[in-house]
Every structure is written in structure tokens, then in C-alpha cells.
Write a protein that binds this ligand. Structure first.
Ligand code: CAA
Length: 406
């Protein structure tokens, strides 16, 4: 086992950290207060190559490995969760899924501009009445000649109101829908501007206020048959494999949030005096800081383990779920402790830690709630769940091929 990061990984970390500190940190408090999404951030992340970081050069990306994606998410979320959420939907849930399941034509048409950062993408499974229960979605897709007609509503979709491309999961077989047989679901690439597609923004969120979260309404939305991703009936597996990418970015980002909590807490504990000494000298404060160090190191190892498996082309559903569950819980606990260390100041937005706490809660709910991941982990341990080979697996990282232009 080699735990050292390569020079390329260290370069990625420095590049993304510099970017986040220069482009995000100075404005984030104000944007969060105003609940304002900064669209120019997407363009800047695209120009920096961050949006196609682990996509081969021939598909418009930077040709780095999957571990680089985790490092980028860590560094973005160290500054603000909203920036990491962009990576989760654009790269983790959408681009990697096109890379895994798309035809050459679909990759050229959709993946290339996404990886180059000129078109922005999201993923839509969740609906007003179906979150954890993915088979409970109601959106339908009816085949009519050379196109499909989609009807339904998606909710809690990050970047809903700004994305150019949507990966939409819908039922294409109504008999199977009635029986809740997931092999009646299909996945579709839908473009903004498609007739019958409308989006909106949800206001009043607890956290990630600088991010865009919204809904998508599909009213007889016409989608060309060529935009079916995978085959008819593969939609559930595509949706789940997309979550293996999305959850990976969420788990990695949570490590960055723990890092931010630790840095803020150490700084404050060395400055703030109580009982005649900096509060860092008091043992109960030390305990909270020690736990942050513990959560950070465990989280990073779990996240990099999942990344290593992805690089090898090995299935990582179990490990990714474990990293996502563990790290999101750990980030929430760390943020609560960081607020505690800051005392009354931590309760106001004078310091960043109150934003960390609000931001950390969402990830304990989305992309598989804490409870869903616990069920999944127990099912693996009990022998009730095992992974089956897929028709299209996520390609292993190949440095030469991924850097090649053709
Ligand atoms: N990759 C590919 N295929 C997979 C898979 C994976 N990771 N996991 C399961 N499958 C396959 C299985 O092999 C199985 O195939 P067969 O029928 O051929 O045997 C099939 O899918 C069904 O699998 P399961 O029996 O495991 O399915 P389940 O019904 O037990 O799954 C569940 C239950 C785990 C709770 C699942 O429904 C789940 O993960 N729910 C949470 C959904 C979620 O995370 N939603 C958040 C979406 S994020 C969003 O939409 C908002 C946004 O901002 C983008």
C-alpha cells in the first residue's frame, strides 16, 4: 500500500485550493446571506479545468484520475459546500454516468462540452413524493415514433435552474411501474430548451444558500429517442451507478468540511482566552479538536479507498456508501463542535462555523440519507446484498489513454 499522493495530486490540491481561496472565499459570506447563486463560478470552474478533472482529454477533460476528483471536492468544500455540490451533480452524477453508459455520439454531443466546462449538467431522480424510495418515482416516458414524451416533476435538484443538460430518470414501462419492477425505468438526456421543460428555484433552505436547488417540471416534454441513455429498462441501474459517482464526491467533500472546522477551531482556540489561558489549553476543547482530527483522518482514508477502487476499475458501491455515510455524519458532528468551541460567536455569522453547520446537514439527507446507507451496509454484512457486474462498467483510470487526444 502506498499512502503518498503523487506530484499530480499535490498539484491538483494546490490549484483547487488557490482557486477556491481567490474566487470563492472573498464573496461566500455575502452570497450565502443573500441566498444568491453566482453563475460566473460555473464558468470560472470550467475555465480552470475543474469541471472535467477526471474525464479523458479526448472527451474534453483534464485526464486526471478519480482520486483527483476527491481532492478537488475536498478543497472546494473546505471553502464552501455550494462549490462542491456543483461537482457532485455536474461531474459525479452526470458526466461520469455519460462516460460509463453513453454512446460515442452522446459522449461527443454532451460529455465533451460538459468536461470542457462550457455546458453545465445535473441529474434528476428525486421527486416531491419519492426520495429514498427511488422506485416510487412517478415521472413517465412514453415512446412516440422517434422520440419520447416525458411527464412528471423532479424536486430538490441541484443546479435545476441553471443547468443546460439534465439526466432524467423515468418509467418507460407502465405495467412494470404498477408492479414497482425497476426494470421498467429508463434514463434520458434532456436539454434545456426542450419543449415542455420548465425549471424553478427553491428558496428558504437551511444551508447551501449560495447554491442553486430547484425543481423541474416536464409537461409533454419531447426528447429524441437518440437521447435514451443505455437501453430501455436500464434506468434504475444507471441511476444507482450515477449515485456511486455522486456519493463519492459528497463523501470526499465532507472531508474538506471537517478540515475547515478543524482549521477554524484551532485558530480560535489559540486566540480566545478563558480562565487565564487560551481555550486550547482546556481539556474539553482539546477533546473536540482531537475528534475532528480523528474524523478527518478516517474520512480521508475511506474516501481515498473508494477513489483507489475506481482507479482500478473495481466495483466500489459498498465502500463509496461507507465513505459517504461516515464522512457526512462526521462533518455534521465536527461543525457542531466547531460552533461549540466558538461559543456565542459561533452562533452568529461573524464566523464561518455557523455556515459550516448549516451546510453540513444537507449531505446527511441527500444522495442516500444516513438511514439508507446504514441499511445498505447492514445488508452487505448480512449477505442480503451483493453487487452484480454491469453491462457498462465505469472505465478504470489509464494515464496514457486518458491524456491522449484521440
Ligand atoms: N450500480 C448499478 N446497479 C445497481 C447498483 C449500483 N450501485 N445498486 C443496485 N444496482 C442494481 C442491482 O444489482 C439490482 O439489479 P437486478 O434487479 O438485476 O438484481 C437492481 O439495481 C436493484 O437493486 P437493489 O435490489 O439493491 O435495489 P433496492 O430497491 O434494494 O435499492 C435503495 C434500495 C438502496 C434504498 C435505493 O433505492 C437507494 O439508494 N435509494 C436512495 C436514492 C438516493 O440516493 N436518492 C438521491 C438522489 S439525488 C437527486 O436526485 C437530487 C440532486 O440534487 C441531484
Amino acid at each position: 500500500m502506498d499512502f503518498t499522493l503523487t506530484e499530480e495530486h499535490q498539484m491538483v490540491r494546490k490549484m483547487v485550493r488557490d482557486f477556491a481561496e481567490k474566487e470563492i472565499a472573498p464573496h461566500i459570506k455575502e452570497q450565502d446571506r443573500k441566498q444568491e447563486f453566482d453563475r460566473s463560478l460555473l464558468t470560472k470552474m470550467g475555465q480552470q479545468g475543474i469541471l472535467g478533472i477526471c474525464i479523458p482529454v479526448k472527451y474534453g477533460g483534464a485526464g486526471m484520475d478519480y482520486l483527483s476528483l476527491a481532492i478537488a471536492c475536498e478543497e472546494l468544500e473546505r471553502v464552501d459546500t455550494a462549490a462542491r455540490v456543483i461537482m457532485s451533480v455536474h461531474v459525479g452524477l452526470n458526466s461520469l454516468t455519460l462516460f460509463q453508459w453513453g454512446t460515442q455520439e452522446q459522449k461527443q454531443k454532451y460529455l465533451v462540452p460538459q468536461a470542457a466546462g462550457v455546458k453545465f449538467a445535473t441529474y434528476a431522480l428525486t421527486e416531491p413524493n419519492a426520495g429514498s424510495d427511488a422506485v416510487g418515482i412517478q415521472t413517465t416516458a412514453r415512446r412516440e415514433g422517434d422520440h419520447y414524451v416525458l411527464n412528471g416533476e423532479k424536486m430538490w435538484i441541484s443546479l435545476a435552474d441553471v443547468a443546460d443538460h439534465f439526466l432524467i430518470i423515468a418509467w418507460s414501462d407502465m405495467e412494470k411501474k404498477r408492479k414497482r419492477d425497476h426494470s421498467g425505468m429508463s434514463a434520458f438526456i434532456v436539454e434545456r430548451g426542450s419543449p415542455g421543460l420548465a425549471t424553478d428555484t427553491i428558496h428558504g433552505k437551511l444551508g447551501v444558500r449560495a447554491g442553486n436547488t430547484g425543481s423541474i417540471t416536464l409537461t409533454d416534454c419531447v426528447v429524441p429517442a437518440a437521447n435514451l441513455l443505455g437501453r430501455e429498462g436500464e434506468g434504475f441501474k444507471i441511476a444507482m451507478s450515477a449515485l456511486d459517482g455522486g456519493r463519492y464526491t459528497v463523501g470526499a467533500g465532507a472531508v474538506g468540511l471537517i478540515q475547515a472546522c478543524l482549521e477554524a477551531s484551532v485558530r480560535y482556540a489559540n486566540e480566545r482566552q478563558a480562565f487565564g489561558a487560551p481555550i486550547g489549553h482546556h481539556q474539553l476543547v482539546q477533546q473536540m479538536i482531537a475528534k475532528m482530527v480523528q474524523r478527518l483522518e478516517i474520512g480521508r482514508l475511506l474516501s481515498y479507498q473508494a477513489g483507489w477502487l475506481k482507479n482500478q476499475g473495481k466495483r466500489n458501491t459498498r465502500e463509496t456508501s461507507l465513505a459517504k455515510w461516515t464522512n457526512c455524519d462526521a462533518a455534521f458532528d465536527s461543525a457542531a463542535d466547531a460552533v461549540q468551541i466558538h461559543g456565542a460567536y459561533g452562533y452568529s455569522d461573524e464566523y464561518d462555523v455557523e455556515r459550516y453547520l448549516r451546510n453540513s446537514k444537507g449531505a446527511v439527507i441527500y444522495e442516500g440519507s444516513r438511514e439508507i446507507h446504514q441499511l445498505v451496509q447492514a445488508q452487505y454484512a448480512l449477505g442480503y446484498r451483493e453487487d452484480k457486474p454491469l453491462r457498462c462498467e465505469l472505465p478504470a483510470y489509464d494515464p496514457e489513454e486518458w491524456q491522449s487526444e484521440s
